[in-house]
Write a protein that binds this ligand. Structure first.
Ligand SMILES: C[S@@+](CC[C@H](N)C(=O)[O-])C[C@H]1O[C@@H](n2cnc3c(N)ncnc32)[C@H](O)[C@@H]1O
Length: 246
């Protein structure tokens, strides 16, 4: 991982509030696909708890792990779950202690050379690793205009990072679903402000990006109108194939 990528990966805490307000959750059918029959589930790179809340709502036995102290503080304030500071490379969990690991919108930030064996270590035999991304549908013209300013790229990152999962995982299954997140002008500005690309900009450049996005939204939508953001949710699920050699 180069220095730029590492600083982007560490940037989220600075926008934890905007993140919690603006980002959508995950559709039920995607959660079904990723979790299956698992009972104890690790939400890895849990952030402010957007995916964690769907696991809690199902009454599952949930543990959340997240490297950013500020994101984790927000998660702990909102959800009554076991939550630890840690990373995909070093979760701090015991061997063979969870049935499924889900990494929501975060696998592209991890070092797969360390994270793949770490996830395999904490999974029980036959356990699953689920990766999921909500990707805005940029074929919609206003979405394209906004993310032209706020930087594109999610889908490319996602495809590249799914390919980093190898042995001892096998049997990749994929699933895709669509939904719309109803937001408003302030919500779209928070959404842009919670992007790592925008978080790491110097203050003046960040303000200029947000002002330009505001101008586009004022052209596209009437004042106070709800804004429906179209998303495609991409899921990948891998099953642990081989004994870990312990
Ligand atoms: C886009 S946010 C997603 C948060 C949450 N999973 C969600 O769906 O809203 C990416 C998260 O990955 C975390 N992250 C960055 N590097 C990580 C790593 N090496 N291991 C685990 N999480 C990491 C960030 O701190 C941030 O909370």
């Amino acid at each position: 991982m180069d220095d730029d990528t590492a600083s982007h990966a560490r940037s989220f805490g600075a926008a934890a509030d905007a993140y919690a307000r603006a980002r959508p959750g995950y559709p039920d059918d995607a959660v079904d696909f990723l979790v299956g029959p698992a009972r104890r589930v690790l939400d890895l790179g849990a952030g402010t708890g957007k995916f964690t809340s769907a696991l809690v709502a199902r009454g599952l036995d949930v543990v959340a792990v997240e490297p950013s102290t500020r994101m984790l503080a927000q998660l702990r304030a909102d959800l009554p779950v076991e939550a630890h500071e840690g990373s995909a490379e070093a979760t701090g969990l015991p061997d063979a202690s969870v049935d499924a690991v889900v990494v929501a919108q975060a696998w592209h930030w991890v070092d797969p050379a360390l994270a793949v064996p770490e996830v395999a270590r904490v999974l029980r035999p036959g356990g699953t690793l689920g990766l999921v991304w909500n990707v805005r549908d940029e074929s919609v013209p206003w979405v394209s205009r906004v993310w032209e300013i706020a930087q594109r790229g999610d889908e490319h990152e996602m495809r590249a990072s799914v390919e980093t999962v190898g042995a001892p995982f096998g049997a990749l299954r994929t699933y895709r679903t669509r939904f719309e997140h109803v937001s408003d002008r302030a919500g779209i500005l928070d959404l842009v402000a919670s992007r790592s690309y925008v978080i790491v900009l110097p203050q003046e450049e960040r303000a200029a990006v947000l002002a330009e996005v505001g101008r586009v939204l004022d052209e596209e939508f009437a004042p106070g109108a709800p804004i429906r953001v179209p998303y495609v949710t991409h899921c990948a699920r891998f099953t642990l194939q081989h004994p870990r050699g312990r």
